[in-house]
Design a protein around this ligand. Structure first.
Ligand SMILES: Cc1cc2nc3c(=O)[nH]c(=O)nc-3n(C[C@H](O)[C@H](O)[C@H](O)COP(=O)(O)O)c2cc1C
Length: 342
């Protein structure tokens, strides 16, 4: 299979804020993928951070599907700079079926409201080892997850580091969007005037000032209202071990492909996981630990988490009412490190 075509298809995998933190190097027939700092982004996760491992897992799953299992993976989180690596030999890979290509290319995020009607039987999805899929359809549990997310979302609007990450990720105009990375502003579900408001709050001092007037609370309600209205919320749970997080990324991609393929829209929510990880690492601004911990407790109770288990991702799923604008990717050659021989 042509290397660039393989890269184009594999990198349709999802990553936090569409950061695509992957770089490929080619030596003869061998192609190696590692974590790469996402260029002009302010990456708050780093090579072995939770979101980077999830994105390594989603990419691994795509590569595994495309190469029919011919991927060699290595993960050792003690190596801070190169904690993981994926090795493939594109020349030995047959061209994937049009059906598989369509499935991988069709997977996407939809941040618009979904139909309230329940989707019925969900497609089967095998979880990777160390990962548990919990499907919630009861409104009490879904509301509890909405409460948990709202607490963590509010805390997120009060973290300058996460504010900066969001605003280095956002892409505002055609030229920026055409570069193919980051969060295309048109993929968000914003009310009329929302884009202007978002531009206005870009400098942290403005957001900080509005937070004192309670905008963080209003934004956290707006951010999570669609979760409470969702017919289904699916949680991926497991331990905080690097291998289990990686496996959660693989499961996330497998599940997302299956849901989209079954005609269901998907919207991921990462705030409970991310803010919880930050709380445990002592990386929250003072005063926010208690509400994030409360959010984690509500989430743990709603999902029946065991000791040592955490949520890796929450997914709102349902029938789409509106088609989503599709997020682009960098051109495949931009994933190849300079000096890679083709
Ligand atoms: C680790 C991770 C965290 C994410 N967190 C969120 C989130 O909290 N909210 C959201 O709307 N999308 C979230 N996403 C979705 C990404 O923004 C999305 O996958 C990316 O922009 C590419 O778009 P696509 O899924 O349409 O291809 C997350 C994805 C990943 C892999």
């Amino acid at each position: 299979m042509d290397t660039l075509e393989l890269l184009r298809l594999a990198t349709r995998a999802p990553s936090a804020d569409n950061s695509q933190p992957w770089a490929f190097t080619q030596h003869g027939n061998a192609l190696t993928c590692r974590y790469a700092h996402p260029g002009n982004f302010r990456d708050p996760f780093g090579a072995s951070g939770h979101a980077s491992l999830l994105a390594a897992g989603t990419l691994h799953e795509n590569l595994d599907l495309i190469t029919d299992g011919q991927v060699e993976s290595r993960l050792d989180s003690r190596h801070e700079d190169i904690p993981w690596q994926l090795n493939i030999r594109p020349a030995g890979v047959s061209i994937p079926s049009p059906e598989l290509c369509r499935k991988i290319e069709s997977r996407h995020t939809n941040r618009h409201p979904f139909d309230k009607r329940a989707p019925g039987q969900l497609p089967d999805c095998q979880a990777s080892p160390g990962v548990r899929i919990v499907t919630c359809t009861e409104s009490a549990r879904i509301h509890a997850l909405g409460d948990a997310l709202q607490l963590c979302s509010r805390a997120r609007f009060n973290q300058p580091e996460l504010h900066e990450w969001l605003f280095t990720s956002l892409r505002w105009n055609d030229e920026e969007i055409a570069a193919g990375d980051g969060l295309d502003i048109n993929t968000l579900h914003l009310p009329p005037g929302g884009q202007h408001f978002m531009r206005w709050i870009k400098p942290w001092h403005r957001m900080e000032m509005l937070n004192r007037l309670g905008i963080d609370r209003i934004m956290s309600i707006a951010d999570t209202v669609m979760v409470r209205q969702a017919p289904v919320v699916i949680a991926l749970c497991g331990s905080n071990e690097a291998q289990d997080i990686w496996n959660a990324g693989r499961t996330l991609q497998r599940l997302w492909l299956a849901l989209n393929d079954a005609g269901l829209a998907v919207h991921p929510y990462y705030a409970v996981t991310d803010l919880g990880n930050r709380r445990r690492a002592g990386r929250l601004l003072p005063g926010w630990e208690a509400s994030v911990l409360r959010g984690e407790e509500i989430c743990a109770e709603a999902l029946g988490l065991a000791q040592g288990e955490q949520v890796h991702m929450l997914l709102r799923a349902g029938f789409a009412r509106h088609a989503a604008v599709r997020a682009k990717r960098r051109p495949p050659q931009r994933f190849l490190s300079p000096g890679s021989g083709r």
